[in-house]
Design a protein around this ligand. Structure first.
Ligand code: PLP
Length: 389
């Protein structure tokens, strides 16, 4: 299997698994049981992981919180901030290209009185910064903009966004789940207030993630989503998932700029060969600043639902894993003004440090022959080629 679906999830790194194993076997103490050695060992491992993650962000360990993943982190921030700040204002700014974890949660908050402004996107997936500035109102409490899109890889200029927001009394939350490990950025120095992460997007285990919540002179208020014990400063109760937290810390330690450059080179090679060798193909958001590992390609008049089953040796996706069972066109591509017909004929390829050029060569040949076969048998393609469509 040639794995080109790394934005959905990644293969666990061997070093991550090795770091986790002792905590699944002999080191099974509850990290909150500080009365005995087993508990203290687990506690120390968790704090080491917290410190590795803080290091990546340029943050202090006290600013890092553990959750079960980015979906929980997003729920905690959106619901928890709305709960605490709604007496000040109920207005939130975002875009329609956010992950469903954001969009679905905001829809639910709308029923509780939240007013949402969705900033328009251009055909490269970018927002207009003056639209953002003009949308901020006295009752705006939060701007929620992802750093990098999971379907197209488009990167929002977070530093500039933060600069606009810095003069206003508004919090900035960024879903940084996809950008972490794939894009160098100074989170601590930027004006972002909160961002989130998920270990399984960076060769760590599934079901673990967290938040970086900045400590400010006026502390950020978040109502807890999961109440219980006093874990995570009473912001998230529940027994620590020690093996996964340890694995996540290791995954952060393994992040390297070297892999990002290598992945970008391979992604460009893959993209260029597809464009050159298969007619009527196009890369979405090709003029935008994009993640090094992601490419979303339109194969004109070849439905992805028809193409994917023919690529039996390639793991690929037509969009976000959370919605890829849908027959609807991608909400991200349609938010960029891409026609539904073209959105339905687009595939997302997402690479990782484990992919090789040889694997990409095989994938390109497989894709080429599958596309050609589908088109050969397609009346729509014949009409299109003869200029009728
Ligand atoms: N945000 C983005 C941009 C994502 O790509 C994902 C994963 O698909 C999530 C949030 C949700 O992450 P998790 O699987 O950790 O809940």
């Amino acid at each position: 299997m040639i794995y080109l679906d790394n934005n959905a999830t990644t293969r666990i790194d061997d070093a991550v698994l090795d770091a986790m194993l002792p905590f699944l076997k002999e080191e099974y103490g509850n990290a909150s049981s500080l009365q005995h050695k087993l508990g203290r060992t687990a506690h120390q491992a968790i704090e080491k992981s917290r410190s590795s993650i803080a290091n990546y962000f340029g943050a202090s360990s006290k600013e890092i919180y553990f959750t079960s993943g980015a979906t929980e982190s997003i729920n905690m921030v959106l619901r928890g901030i709305f709960e605490r700040y709604q007496s000040i204002g109920k207005h939130i700014i975002t875009t329609k290209s956010e992950h469903k974890a954001v969009l679905t949660t905001l829809e639910i908050l709308t029923k509780k009185g939240a007013e949402i402004t969705y900033l328009p996107l251009d055909n490269q997936g970018n927002i207009n910064l003056s639209d953002l500035e003009n949308s901020i109102r006295p009752e705006t409490i939060l701007v929620c903009l992802m750093q990098a899109n999971n379907e197209t890889g488009v990167i929002h200029p977070l530093a500039k966004i933060a600069e606009i927001i810095s003069s206003k009394d508004v919090l900035l939350f960024s879903d940084t789940t996809q950008a972490i490990g794939k894009y160098a950025f100074d989170y601590a120095k930027s004006g972002i207030d909160i961002c989130c992460f998920s270990a399984h997007k960076l060769h760590g285990p599934k079901g673990i993630g967290g938040l970086y919540i900045k400590r400010k002179t006026r502390p950020i208020q978040i109502e807890p989503l999961i109440t219980g014990g006093k874990q995570e400063n009473s912001l998230r109760g529940g027994t620590y998932n020690t093996p996964s937290i340890v694995g996540m810390g290791k995954a952060f330690e393994l992040i390297s700029l070297k892999y990002q450059e290598q992945t970008a080179e391979l992604r460009n090679y893959f993209e260029n060969r597809i464009l050159q060798e298969i007619e009527d193909t196009a890369v979405h958001a090709s003029h935008a600043d994009r993640l090094c590992n992601t490419t979303n390609i339109l194969f004109k008049h070849v439905k992805s639902a028809e193409l994917m089953p023919k690529l039996i040796n390639i793991a690929v996706s037509s969009g976000s894993a959370c919605v890829s069972g849908d027959r609807d066109p991608s909400h991200v591509l349609t938010a960029m003004g891409i026609a539904a017909e073209d959105a339905l004929c687009s595939l997302r390829f997402s690479l990782s440090k484990f992919i090789t050029k040889e694997e990409l060569d095989v994938a390109i040949e497989d894709i080429k022959s599958a596309v050609q076969k589908i088109r050969k048998d397609s009346p729509i393609w014949q009409l299109y080629k003869s200029g009728v469509l």
